[in-house]
Design a protein around this ligand. Structure first.
Ligand SMILES: *Cc1c(COP(=O)(O)O)cnc(C)c1O
Length: 395
């Protein structure tokens, strides 16, 4: 079984590039050049140097002793929360800004929901001195004021999307419209392993540094580069893709993909795509998504903005569909509980998204001999207001 992308841009029956004709030239340029570009020696030199000195990589692999004792197993945390800007997203935006530079692009556009990808994009644009326009739903601009301020301070222009539900999908539509109108000078930085081929593969390759480091870090600390299991949360799936990447072909390593069940899988307020999703096309690729019988996208819900997405990337659809990855769904309540627990056990306040991965420890089977790696995708600073609102119940 092949888990990486094939020649046609597919993962099994998922993936592809379903895009309006007007976008063909932009996507074809990227598809034809991305592999040669990113494995070019000078690209790798610049990419690795920035990951080291700007992002702060390698991110540590930390043996969480109190957590391990509580669960009677061996739990390591891959500390993506310690990266510059506080999450894994910067690995991808660094990679893509270098691609944009080499393609001679003068202008960067991005879409953002909660603002995390917008901030990571605005950051690398400031670093490179390139113009940055971030499309964001008008409602999200109100809900996510601190991240809007960050993007503006970094010099980005935040443009409200006022159509439809004024959230992420409307921002995405605006970004695509912009790209169609500015094909020559603009690169569109997508923030997860979603979108038309080659985006899912390109983003997975940039994030794969996570599992590349895990291998030698585990070897150093345990004597073997293979853990028993890797657990990661999945919104679109980029942090999970990075954490799984170098282990996908090794069946001895269990891969656990954790998605958000919101108020409960069947509550009508959920983002549990692996359970509720059916095959269809969203944002340019064929994958699993939450849709009505006549193909209308169902509004997802999760307390964590990063997991509040109605689909999953085609790689994860394939991993789950073939049984290579196990899917676990975690409610808001379970994630909040896990976030408070980790904070008190290890002195680490996780992002609400990452807290979903920790809650999975209560849902899956493992033994006391197992080596478990949890990908701690981001830190919780951005979620403090949400956490403290629930202090009565969990603190
Ligand atoms: C954006 C985000 C996620 C979800 O995105 P993926 O592409 O699924 O990784 C998870 N954790 C954090 C901290 C995020 O910012």
């Amino acid at each position: 079984m092949q888990y990486t992308v094939d020649q046609r841009g597919y993962y099994g029956e998922f993936g592809g590039a379903f895009i309006p004709e007007m976008l063909y030239p932009n996507v074809a340029e990227l598809r034809n050049l991305y592999i040669d570009l990113i494995y070019d020696e000078s690209f790798q030199k610049e990419f690795q140097a920035l990951l080291k000195d700007y992002v702060g990589r390698p991110s540590p692999l930390f043996l969480a002793k109190r957590l391990s004792k509580h669960y009677n197993t061996n739990i390591f945390l891959k500390r993506e929360d310690l990266n510059h800007t506080g999450a894994h997203k910067i690995n991808n935006t660094i990679g893509q800004i270098l691609v944009a530079k080499r393609l001679g692009k003068k202008r960067i556009i991005a879409e953002t929901g909660a603002g995390q990808h917008g901030v990571a994009t605005a950051t690398v644009c400031a670093l490179m001195g390139i113009e940055c326009i971030v499309y964001m739903g008008a409602i999200d601009i109100e809900r996510q004021a601190p991240n809007v301020s960050r993007m503006r301070m970094l010099g980005a222009k935040v443009v409200p999307a006022n159509s439809g539900s004024k959230t992420l999908k409307d921002a995405t539509n605006e970004a695509i419209r912009d790209w169609i109108n500015n094909p020559e000078d603009t690169h569109y930085i997508i923030g997860s392993v979603v979108g038309p081929h080659p985006y899912p593969d390109m983003v997975a390759r940039f994030q794969s540094v996570i599992s590349e480091e895990m291998k030698w870090q585990l070897k150093e600390q345990t004597g073997s580069e293979n853990p028993s299991m890797i657990i990661a949360c999945v919104g679109g799936g980029s942090n999970a893709a990075g954490a799984f990447y170098h282990y996908m072909e090794n069946k001895e390593v269990r891969l656990v993909a954790v998605e958000a069940a919101g108020m409960g899988i069947h509550s009508g307020e959920s983002a549990a795509t692996s359970v509720l999703g059916t095959k269809g096309i969203i944002h340019g690729s064929r994958t699993l998504l939450m849709q009505t019988e006549d193909g209308q996208i169902i509004e997802p819900y999760s307390l964590s903005a990063g997991l509040d997405y109605p689909g999953i990337g085609p790689l994860h659809a394939h991993l789950i569909d073939t049984g290579r990855a196990e899917a676990v769904s975690i409610t808001d309540d379970e994630a909040l509980k896990a976030a408070y627990f980790l904070s008190k056990q290890e002195g680490i306040i996780p992002a609400l998204e990452s807290a979903h991965a920790f809650a999975a420890l209560d849902k899956i089977k493992y033994s006391s001999e197992d080596i478990i790696v949890i990908n701690l995708s981001g830190r919780g600073d951005k979620d403090l207001a949400t956490y403290i609102k629930h202090f009565e119940n969990y603190g």
